[in-house]
Design a binder for this molecule. Structure first.
Ligand SMILES: *[C@@H]1O[C@H](CO)[C@@H](O)[C@H](O)[C@H]1NC(C)=O
Ligand SMILES: *[C@@H]1O[C@H](CO)[C@@H](O)[C@H](O)[C@H]1NC(C)=O
Ligand SMILES: *[C@@H]1O[C@H](CO)[C@@H](O)[C@H](O)[C@H]1NC(C)=O
Length: 449
């Protein structure tokens, strides 16, 4: 049976040669049937392409994407990596895992008091680190307690983003430590006047501060340390050209990231915006990386909008290309993929020993950079403790690099990771560059699992 489940993708792969592996998707081009899922980064694939971030409007069909798991309120103490799965290991069961990662998150223990938090790291030649919630929020109050990375060109982000690219942002440029940039987007349309600087009282880099977005159907408020910093009213976002409110209104994941905006390979506007090119010998780096520290995320889910199609309570589904608030349905469909060969329509089963796969290449993990298939965690004993909160321990010391021994992961595209590193994790949509990487599984001949 597994062979059957895999074959839809793989047989097609074998015959389609290289053309499909690089299929792209956009507002004018949907993904082909064999790699039906359009990732966050605008490329087509299977597996993780069909999970979080899969754009239903640009995928082969709405059903190609796995439905969005509903909001799950609570306090997420980011004090361990037990609740984090790397993107190449997560198959879509939100009841088991609340966070999906790309890059290298690590646990940091504060030498004064032992409080643990999660470091998102950014070292040279990587695209930084991203944590994305496996659940979606469809209106709610979402708060994060964090300290930002310092240095020109590095950007810390706490954002909400939907699969059709509605977005609500807090972004922190490492060159300016007393402000955060608030922003919002509707369906990925870049409007440069939406951004607004907000003041942070004290260096955002050395101290933890609380950042909240209170997202309601009719208004959106950004808070810093409990104080209202900005408010947006839905009624003020009417766009007569598109005939809709350019207001974030679709179910969104919570995303935490640290990413390299200041790479020479990025657009000049992006580099300038971020304060210049990144210095890879910066005093703000520790253990070879820049880092942002996230201590806690709190999610309060608001009641679902009244009057929407309700056929269950487990997932949000897009029902119309308009992708406006009145076209999202609540359903019971929850799809867990059998393997990274699965899609929303054909989730497949887990491979069993003795199953064989045909030859082919297929993109399974969008954005590349799964962090070597493992995460870092510091050892608790025998670690040199830093003298202040600005110098983290060396969490990478126990990291195992290397993935599943049965598969070969290659960076997609023709550039090494270092050259394309800026492409993968950048949440500000106005600045997404064209050359996103994908992890492609290369299957050489018939491999028996
Ligand atoms: C925010 O502040 C920076 C300077 O720190 C400035 O370059 C940028 O234009 C400001 N952005 C907005 C949207 O006002
Ligand atoms: C209105 O929507 C159109 C089409 O999406 C977009 O090009 C334009 O920038 C929007 N206008 C404003 C003022 O946001
Ligand atoms: C969509 O949002 C508008 C503005 O809040 C509201 O009037 C309308 O009822 C919403 N529609 C649904 C189906 O939730």
């Amino acid at each position: 049976m597994v062979r059957g489940a895999l074959s839809a993708v793989l047989v097609a792969a074998a015959f389609a040669g290289t053309a499909f592996a690089g299929a792209k998707c956009s507002t004018t081009q949907k993904c082909p049937e064999d790699t039906p899922c359009c990732s966050l980064y605008g490329d087509c694939g299977v597996g993780a392409f069909c999970l979080g971030g899969c754009n239903p409007l640009q995928s082969h069909k709405f059903e190609s994407c796995v439905p969005n798991p509903v909001c799950k309120g609570g306090k997420y103490a980011l004090d361990s990596l037990d609740d984090v799965k790397t993107i190449d290991k997560y198959l879509g069961d939100p009841s088991k895992t609340n966070w999906q990662s790309q890059g290298l998150p690590a646990i940091y223990t504060d030498p004064n008091g032992g409080q643990k938090s999660t470091l998102l790291t950014l070292s040279q030649g990587t695209s930084g680190t991203l944590l994305a919630s496996t659940f979606y929020v469809w209106y709610g109050k979402i708060c994060a307690r964090l300290s930002t990375a310092q240095g020109k060109g590095v950007v810390t982000a706490f954002i909400l983003m939907s699969d059709v690219k509605d977005e609500i942002d807090f972004e922190f440029i490492g060159a300016s430590i007393n402000q955060g940039l608030s922003n919002f987007y509707s369906q990925g349309v870049t409007v440069y006047t939406n951004g607004k600087n907000l003041t942070v009282d004290g260096p955002s880099t050395l101290e933890m501060h609380d950042y909240c977005v209170d997202w309601k159907q009719d208004d959106l408020t950004w808070y810093i340390d409990g104080k209202e910093s900005r408010k947006l009213e839905r009624k003020d976002t009417w766009n007569a050209t598109s005939g809709r409110f350019d207001y974030p209104q679709t179910p969104s994941r919570v995303m935490l990231s640290l990413w390299p905006a200041g790479l020479p390979t990025n657009a000049k506007g992006t580099v300038d915006w971020a304060g210049g090119e990144i210095d890879w010998n910066s005093p703000y780096m520790q253990n070879g990386y820049y880092y942002a520290r996230f201590q806690e995320v709190n999610v309060e889910c608001y009641d679902h909008p009244k009057g929407i199609q309700t056929k269950g309570d487990k997932s949000y589904k897009y029902t119309d290309r308009a992708a406006t608030n009145n076209t999202i349905a609540i359903a019971n469909d929850l799809v867990v993929l059998g393997s990274l060969m699965g899609t929303g329509e054909k989730p497949g089963e887990a491979p069993k020993s003795g199953d064989s796969k045909p030859t082919g290449n297929v993109a399974m993990v969008p954005g590349g950079n799964p962090g070597g298939g493992n995460r870092a965690e510091q050892t608790s004993a025998g670690q040199t403790q830093p003298t202040d909160a600005s110098s983290p321990n060396s969490p990478q010391s126990t990291n195992e690099v290397g993935g599943d021994s049965q598969t070969t992961f290659n960076q997609g595209g023709d550039k090494p990771a270092a050259a394309g590193a800026g492409s993968a994790l950048e949440p500000g949509l106005g600045r997404i560059s064209g050359s996103a990487l994908a992890i492609v599984i290369a299957i050489m001949g018939l491999i028996t699992l």
